[in-house]
Ligand binder design. Structure first.
Ligand code: CAA
Length: 247
């Protein structure tokens, strides 16, 4: 029998896939969320992950849309069960200097990276409260902690995630639910590889450990926070950035 049911938003992406694998290796049943237009890619992902032995399912839904999240949660509940571990991992970038930033790039990043946290968590928190056990893990960013040239939208959304974490952690601590933020630095994913090479090289030069992070390094921390061993950690923001920003 599976230990818990975990939902990972953006679960078929770079960091998301590693998180699904670690949570599955720990004995959980994992549901990976993806967007409707990624359905074909998601099926290929599912077949490969299952063939590799991971206990994974898919859930289609747009995390920036509350109604879509309600429908997704109902389907997960009916087909897999009640979500005990939620990893709010879905996110995008639309980088550009503020003076040139169109409203749509601001809204898209705030909706997908921050409003999503409300849209999805709101669906599963009642079930966690009823059971008296739950884990909410918000994947934020170093750039929510330090700010980043060209990322007013992303930095605002990612900083907002941790405000949410601290408030919900207080509301749920006495009920066996922990709520934490992880703030990864620059990880070797498509999102980071999309930065212009010369800009990326400058960023890597500023990382004391001397390299980009690995998705598995983030996933192992998620898995720890999701475990019973981490029951005393709540409302925290854990940096994992190779020493690029120390706070
Ligand atoms: N600090 C100060 N000035 C900077 C700067 C910085 N960090 N970066 C660029 N500038 C300056 C440039 O030197 C340039 O100056 P001049 O006009 O005097 O030559 C000016 O700003 C414009 O820079 P660009 O030529 O790079 O302008 P652009 O419009 O082509 O690109 C940008 C702007 C998209 C923001 C680009 O600089 C960029 O991609 N920066 C990196 C942003 C970044 O780190 N994104 C993280 C994505 S990954 C992620 O978000 C995951 C995570 O959680 C970590």
């Amino acid at each position: 029998m599976s230990k818990h049911i975990a939902l990972v938003t953006g679960g078929i992406g770079g960091i998301g896939t590693s998180i699904c694998r670690e949570l599955s290796k720990a004995g959980n049943t994992v549901v990976a969320n993806h967007l409707a237009f990624e359905a074909e890619k998601a099926q290929v992902w599912l077949a490969a992950e299952r063939a590799a032995g991971y206990d994974v399912h898919l859930a289609e839904g747009d995390v920036s849309d509350f109604e879509s999240c309600t429908a997704m949660a109902a389907k997960i509940q009916a087909e897999v069960g009640s979500v005990d571990i939620l990893v709010n991992n879905a996110g995008i970038t639309k980088d550009g200097m503020f003076k040139k930033m169109p409203l749509e790039n601001w809204m898209a990043v705030l909706n997908i990276n921050l409003n999503s946290v409300f849209n999805v968590t709101r669906q599963v928190v009642d079930g966690m409260l009823e059971k008296g056990w739950g884990r909410v893990i918000n994947i934020s960013s170093i750039n929510g902690q330090k700010g980043q040239f060209g990322q007013t939208n992303y930095s605002a959304a990612k900083a907002g995630m941790h405000g949410f974490t601290k408030a919900l952690a207080q509301e749920t601590a006495a009920k066996g639910i922990t709520v934490n933020t992880i703030s990864p630095g620059y990880i070797g994913t498509e999102m980071v590889m999309a930065i212009k090479e010369e800009v990326r090289n400058q960023i890597v030069a500023g990382i004391p450990v001397g390299r980009l992070g690995k998705p598995e390094e983030i996933a192992k921390l998620v898995n720890y926070l999701a475990s019973d061993d981490a029951a005393f950690i709540t409302g925290a923001n854990i940096a994992i950035n190779g020493g690029q920003h120390m706070c």
